[in-house]
Design a protein around this ligand. Structure first.
Ligand code: ATP
Length: 541
């Protein structure tokens, strides 16, 4: 599928617009149009319904307890010190000295061409020519670098006899090659050089209150997760939940990404759908596997084909220092040869709650009274406090009193919306006529049904209007009486509307209408009075 075609359809039909477009836009920010906002809302609602209100049964068939939260975007800056974002939420980046372009060092790939590549890897030699490019994968980089080399050969700027070294990410070159004058990856300023990689904090900074001084600095949250951790005790104390349970939140997050790219995939403002699932350390691996499987199955259920969906267990070297295991659920977007992250499911141990306990001085521990009540008689004790006085070993105490472990399925609402758009886009031919059709899962489709009077006379508009008014009480439906009916069907196909209901001449004779199915264009006649019930059945999907 051609990304350009999708981007153009999204603009033309009102799914996605560049933000503040009349002023030339702003890099890394996007707006959702009338169809886009319905699609994204349906995605968020499906997530809330399926993960918070009605999650699948737990690993042992038990009910899973989930509650929701909606936290503020700006929080006390100490939150970000505790979470490690102030000190460490940084990508290494390089600047071009001439065009001032800024690139992520882990997205810039480098390779040297020389008569003897082996000697270059020990030290830069005079006959060596460095090349760079920006790419998402090694494979893409190797193609781009070779193309750049061929171009320079054609211009007679370098000799065809030179041979390439292996290809490296700029962030991973050996110390001997650190001081190589790496050229800018942009073709137009290839002769300029770049700075060494430097750290760059991705958090957006602002000031709270009237005075702009260091004491009033605050940050726009770079993730929704921390709002959940800092409210862990509030939720425990207010909602009578018991471990294991999860807290979910959907909300905006902001990251000053060095290089926003690939449409909405990497934006500077985006929405996350995050769960922090709290459990006893001894049960955490079980819950990690549960969430990894539940989350993958959710994408499949909503129409993402399994051959494009890949859960990928991160290697030891990729894991954050506190993480016991992380699985990225990846999707093969059309803009890349390799699947890209839709969601990370991370086993975060007790890192986050321990950090907040340390930085806030508040106790983030949990006392499992159910387990204690179960065991106390076998321990010959009535009170936990009395039992502690007998100096039981710490491993025994931790059965009842501990800092919970956390499993975090963290998804991007915009990334999934983009995956749904990519997956839905299709071109086919119906009766010799080409059409573009968005094959959305019925639950996600922005418009569920269109109501069309065949012509604007003979009592048809009145019947169609009455049906439209009935259906819109339950769903987002669309009324269209403009132009030939075939054209109206095409418009709905492009919007991804699963069903079209047409009121025609026969309606006034026998009280039936046609119901057209988007995917195969098959039409059936059903009683007008049964339309709502039929839609209810079919939309369940
Ligand atoms: P990446 O490696 O792609 O930068 P990440 O590993 O930093 O992503 P997380 O911090 O795990 O991402 O964030 C969880 C989810 O939030 C991601 O899986 C993704 O869906 C979404 N997300 C993160 N950064 C962005 C962004 N810049 N634009 C859109 N969505 C994002």
């Amino acid at each position: 599928m051609d990304m350009e075609k999708l981007v153009s359809l999204c603009k033309r039909r009102g799914f996605i617009f560049p933000s503040s477009e009349i002023y030339g836009g702003i890099n890394g920010f996007w707006d959702y149009g009338p169809l886009g906002v319905e699609l994204k809302n349906n995605i968020k609602q499906a997530w809330w319904q399926d993960m918070v209100r009605n999650p699948p049964p737990g690993p042992d068939g038990e009910e899973v307890t989930m509650v929701g939260l909606d936290c503020s975007i700006i929080m006390n800056p100490k939150v970000w010190e505790a979470s490690g974002h102030v000190g460490g939420f940084a990508d290494p980046m390089v600047d071009c000295k001439k065009c001032k372009g800024r690139f992520r060092a882990d997205k810039v790939y480098v390779r040297i061409y020389a008569p003897d590549p082996a000697s270059v890897l020990q030290a830069m030699v005079a006959t060596a020519v460095p090349f760079t490019c920006e790419a998402e994968s090694l494979e893409e980089a190797e193609q781009l670098l070779q193309a750049k080399f061929e171009k320079r050969v054609k211009k007679k700027a370098v000799s065809r006899d030179l041979l390439p070294t292996a290809t490296f990410k700029l962030s991973e070159v050996s110390p001997a090659l650190k001081s190589v004058p790496w050229p800018c990856p942009k073709e137009e300023c290839a002769d300029s050089t770049m700075t060494e990689p430097r750290q760059f904090n991705l958090m957006f900074k602002t000031y709270v209150g009237a005075i702009e001084d260091p004491s009033s600095i605050a940050y726009l949250r770079p993730e929704t997760a921390q709002g959940i951790f800092v409210n862990f005790k509030n939720v425990l104390d207010s909602s009578r939940v018991k471990l294991p349970f999860g807290i979910a939140q959907i909300g905006k997050a902001f990251r000053n990404e060095i290089n926003p790219r690939n449409y909405t995939f990497r934006s500077r403002e985006f929405e996350q759908m995050e769960i922090e699932f709290f459990c006893h350390p001894a049960e955490s691996m079980k819950w990690y596997r549960y969430w990894r499987d539940v989350r993958k199955a959710w994408y499949t259920r909503l129409g993402i084909k399994s051959d494009k969906l890949r859960p990928r267990e991160q290697g030891k070297e990729e894991l954050a220092h506190y993480s016991i295991g992380t699985t990225d659920i990846e999707y093969l977007f059309p803009f890349s040869d390799e699947p890209q992250e839709l969601e990370g499911v991370a086993h975060r141990g007790c890192y986050d709650l321990s950090q907040h306990q340390k930085f806030s001085g508040r106790d983030m521990g949990y006392f499992d009274d159910v387990a204690w009540e179960r065991d106390k008689s076998s321990r010959g004790m009535n009170s936990f406090k009395e039992w502690l006085k007998t100096n039981p070993p710490p491993t025994e105490i931790e059965r009842y009193q501990f800092i919970p472990h956390v499993v975090e399925p963290s998804a991007g609402a915009d990334r999934f919306t983009l995956a749904v758009l990519c997956e839905a886009y299709a071109e086919d031919e119906i009766g010799g006529e080409k059409r573009t059709v968005m094959r959305f899962h019925p639950r996600l489709a922005p418009i569920k049904a269109a109501v069309l009077p065949l012509v604007n006379k003979d009592g048809m508009p009145e019947k169609a209007q009455a049906l439209y008014r009935e259906l819109k009480q339950e769903w987002n439906v669309y009324y269209d009486d403009g132009g030939a009916v075939g054209r109206r069907y095409r418009r709905q196909d492009e919007a991804g509307t699963p069903f079209c209901i047409t009121i025609d001449g026969q309606t006034s004779q026998d009280g039936t209408v046609t119901l057209r199915n988007r995917d195969d264009c098959v039409q059936v006649r059903i009683p007008l009075a049964a339309v709502a019930e039929e839609l209810r059945k079919r939309l369940k999907g």
